[in-house]
Design a protein around this ligand. Structure first.
Ligand SMILES: [Zn+2]
Length: 233
């Protein structure tokens, strides 16, 4: 199958990440580009980032609601159709069988052609949520296609589902560079909605994002690019 044919087959895309703002710090230029092409994009956030404040006076419940709103606003800028929160506690996410079962069910019901998620094999990645989210997403992609895993989910129209590709962001060994020159401004505008996270570095944020995207694109003839490890199944 040619790249062209492969691309035409992609209709539904799911981004599976640990926290609100993960997509905007990684793959939002690609998300905006694909949404503009007519692809249906869904965000699935495993936590609501309820520990995302270094101010001990801010309680987890207070910041979670705000971060969900910020994420919805960012998603709107990009053309994302829906944002789903699973509300696991921030900072202590684990790739449990229960989480894998839940993600598997969502994949079987929503049937995304492509999943964008965190590379769990990136070396020396400290944040446990990032490791766990990527691992759980990939384990669920595997489970969703096998009729013998979580077979109790397979009823009526809900059948095994084969995701065609995973694009891993924050990748250890990227092998695909998506041209985001047309959507870099949208990515920055979306990112600025995460005010609780970026407020204190707003003055340098835009340039740092541009710099990262330029760096990713420079050896590939692209002005701005997002780098991925692409797994084709
Ligand atoms: Zn994160």
């Amino acid at each position: 199958m040619s790249e062209q044919e492969r691309a035409e087959e992609i209709r539904r895309v799911m981004v599976i990440a640990a926290h609100p703002d993960d997509p905007e710090f990684s793959c939002a230029g690609t998300v905006a580009k694909w949404a503009a092409m007519g692809r249906e994009i869904t965000y699935l956030l495993l936590t609501s980032g309820d520990k995302g404040s270094h101010d001990a006076a801010v309680r987890p419940g207070q910041i979670a609601g705000r971060r969900e709103e910020e994420q919805r606003a960012a998603a709107t800028v990009l053309g994302v159709k829906e944002v789903i929160y699973l509300n696991y506690p921030d900072g202590v996410l684990e790739n449990t069988l229960e989480l894998r079962r839940r993600l598997c069910l969502i994949l079987r019901e929503r049937q995304p052609d492509v999943v964008l998620t965190i590379d769990p094999w990136r070396h020396y990645q400290l944040h446990p949520d990032h490791r766990a989210a990527g691992q759980a997403a990939l384990d669920a992609i595997f489970a969703a296609r096998e009729w013998y895993i979580f077979p109790e989910q397979l009823l009526g129209e809900r059948q095994p589902w084969r995701v065609k590709e995973a694009y891993l962001f924050w990748a250890q060994d990227p092998d695909h560079w998506e041209d985001v020159s047309e959507t870099v401004n949208q990515r920055i505008a979306a990112l600025k909605n995460h005010r609780s996270q970026v407020e204190q570095r707003l003055d340098t944020l835009e340039e740092r994002v541009r710099q990262g995207l330029r760096e990713a694109g420079k050896d590939h003839g692209l002005e701005y690019a997002e780098a991925f490890k692409r797994l084709k199944f």
